[in-house]
Design a protein around this ligand. Structure first.
Ligand code: GTP
Ligand code: MG
Length: 297
């Protein structure tokens, strides 16, 4: 018998409820990108949380939504796959918004995963009043009868995060750590760089454009005879008009995206970075199975 516990917990919920921000706060490092646009996360991203009593592997997932594209469908399918594999499912709903039909549907669907223990998290308490938090706790509590815990928390002020970690660990099976103690995620360097660039590109764009942006990496290579790393990347959009927006007047917006991304990439690669960004159009890629496959969906 082991004296530590370890296992997988996934955060699920509607888009934008704070799953990725919470993942990063628990891990203590940015392993998942975040934004104020819905449907930011497009992969199941694992973050490793080491505690005195064991190890949690947190699986951040895309927000569950009514899909309007093949990409949306694939993202929902991905969440279903993850849910079938984890020890604990943590359903997230924000303290700042009333529980709605989307939340209800997701909470109900968790009955399809009888093996997993379920907890409910009321997120963003820092942005809500005391009354709102109480109201939300009552609403969320009534969504299911089998919550092992209902916890209000804030990933921005770190409020109640230790309580959450302890609670999650107590629900895990006994076992040794699954990852080395110095690993925070199993995402590849290239994937993390691509996500940081996408996060930078999401900044300040509106409407449908956030959904249309994808990023691919051609190469990451140390430049000979210097302390620079060269990164060649593509920002993919769906239409020429979107390309023009991303590039901006005389390239001004693209330059901003590059500068913002570099700040995030340099600590990851451990050197200064020269970032070469190309904006390309892949017509309607969100609805095209072949192009989705090429982009890894
Ligand atoms: N005030 C406050 N804002 C938060 C908190 N957690 C997340 N947010 C904000 O909520 C927005 C969405 O956060 P994300 O972590 O990207 O949400 P998500 O659930 O991962 O969203 P998807 O990946 O699109 O499903 C961002 O603007 C965050 O800064 C919190 O604890 N307090
Ligand atoms: Mg997310």
């Amino acid at each position: 018998m082991s004296d530590t516990r370890s296992g997988f917990v996934t955060f699920v919920g509607r888009p934008n409820v704070g799953k990725s921000t919470l993942t990063n706060a628990l891990v203590g490092e940015k392993v998942a990108i975040t934004s104020d646009k819905p449907q930011t996360t497009r992969r199941a991203i694992r973050g490793i949380v080491n505690r005195p009593g064991g190890q949690l592997v947190v699986v951040d997932t895309p927000g569950i939504h009514r899909p309007r594209t093949l990409l949306g469908q694939r993202l929902n399918d991905l969440v279903e796959q993850v849910l079938g594999d984890v020890d604990v499912i943590a359903f997230c709903a924000p303290a700042t918004e009333k529980v709605g039909p989307g939340d209800r549907r997701i909470a109900e669907s968790l009955s399809g995963y009888p093996r997993a223990k379920k907890v409910a998290l009321v997120t963003k308490t820092d942005a809500a009043t005391r009354d709102q938090i109480t109201e939300r706790l009552v609403e969320v509590d009534s969504l299911r009868e089998d919550w092992a815990a209902v916890i209000p928390l804030s990933a921005v002020t770190n409020d109640q995060l230790d309580v959450l970690s302890d609670e999650l660990l107590a629900l895990m099976p006994e076992g040794p750590a699954l990852y080395d103690a110095d690993i925070t995620t199993d995402e590849t360097l290239e994937d993390r760089i691509a996500e940081i660039i996408r996060e930078a590109a999401l900044h300040g764009v509106r409407d449908e454009l956030p959904h249309s942006i994808a990023v691919t990496i051609d190469d990451v290579a140390p430049r000979e005879g210097s302390d620079l790393t060269d990164v060649w990347a593509n920002i993919i959009v769906e239409r020429d008009s979107q390309k023009a927006i991303i590039i901006g007047r005389k390239g001004s917006r693209l330059a901003e995206v590059g500068a913002r991304a570099r700040v995030g990439i340099e600590p990851l690669v451990g050197s200064r970075v020269y970032l070469s960004l190309h904006v390309r159009v892949a017509k309607e890629w969100q609805r095209d199975a072949k192009q989705l496959g090429r982009l890894g969906f």
